[in-house]
Design a protein. Structure first.
Length: 280
């Protein structure tokens, strides 16, 4: 029964992890959780200084390690360079966290075409591109019992960072962001159906409000309103998303794939409840 002990159920020590957008915000929270639990974490983002600062901070914390590989994931050539650099150092990748993203808010009449393209490309298309390029490393990490068709004891993991804006229509105008995250949720399920047979799981974390650079203006303007509409009465903490990601990469989630975990303090169910009461 030792496998039921907490240190075994949620053990990610020694795993090799790639976190995109890992230098700040939700990505940094996830990278921090993995390093704190003994994983070897590669982080990437567009700004080299941010990557280097975060890697230095996390390496000082330990007990795992953090390696910065800056890359602009809008560009296919940069995706290929990132994967080539990791492949030159690693024979396998146990966990891929697709977190890098962009947002753009504007009215429906003014919304720029180039902004829509930028958001959709990074939030959705490049998730597919990077996952595709990482498949040899993920397949190498998948434990399929030694032969094709046998049980996957410790699958490789794809963790996609989605949003509750993919689950409900928000009360602000972020057309490309919401559409890209809805597409990401379904892409994640499609990955699960296709790659599970190869010992690779794919799950999504649909995040609510967390304090990040992307959400700073929104939280400054209506943060109190968001908290009042959240049953658990607060904004998300780094430990919330970091712990959820570690769970999805651990033995405790080895039989979970195609799932979407809503991590929002209950704001979605509160919104649904309020709408139902409004109709009474």
């Amino acid at each position: 029964m030792s496998s039921f002990r907490t240190n075994n159920l949620f053990n990610v020590s020694g795993k090799v992890v790639l976190v995109t957008g890992g230098s700040r915000g939700i990505g940094k929270s996830i990278a921090t959780a993995f390093v704190a639990n003994g994983a070897k974490v590669y982080i990437t983002s567009r700004k080299a200084n941010d990557c280097d600062e975060t890697a230095t901070e996390l390496n000082a914390m330990g007990p795992g390690s953090c390696i910065a590989v800056p890359a602009d994931l809008q560009k296919v050539s940069e995706v290929e360079r990132l994967v080539a650099e990791i492949s030159s150092k690693e024979t396998m990748l146990h966990v891929l966290v697709n977190n890098a993203g962009a947002a753009w808010g504007d009215g429906i009449d003014e919304y720029p075409d180039e902004a829509f393209t930028k958001v959709i490309t990074l939030n959705l298309q490049r998730v597919f591109t990077l996952t595709q390029k990482c498949l040899p490393l993920l397949r190498a990490a998948a434990d399929n019992g030694g032969r094709e068709g046998l049980s996957r004891i410790d699958p490789a993991r794809i963790i996609n960072i989605g949003s509750i804006e993919a689950l409900e229509v928000a009360n602000h105008e972020t057309y490309a962001y919401a559409a890209s995250k809805a597409g990401l949720h379904h892409l994640s399920r499609t990955f699960a159906g296709r790659l599970g047979w190869e010992g690779i799981t794919s799950n999504t974390i649909a995040c609510g409000a967390f304090p990040t650079k992307m959400t700073a203006a929104t939280l400054d303007a209506v943060g109190d309103h968001i908290v009042r509409g959240t049953p658990l009465c607060r904004i998300g903490k780094p430990e919330d998303v970091g712990g959820t990601a570690v769970f999805l990469a651990s033995p405790a989630a080895s039989w979970m794939t195609g799932a979407t975990i809503t991590l929002d303090g209950g704001s979605i169910v509160a919104m649904t409840s309020m709408r139902a009461h409004a109709k009474l």
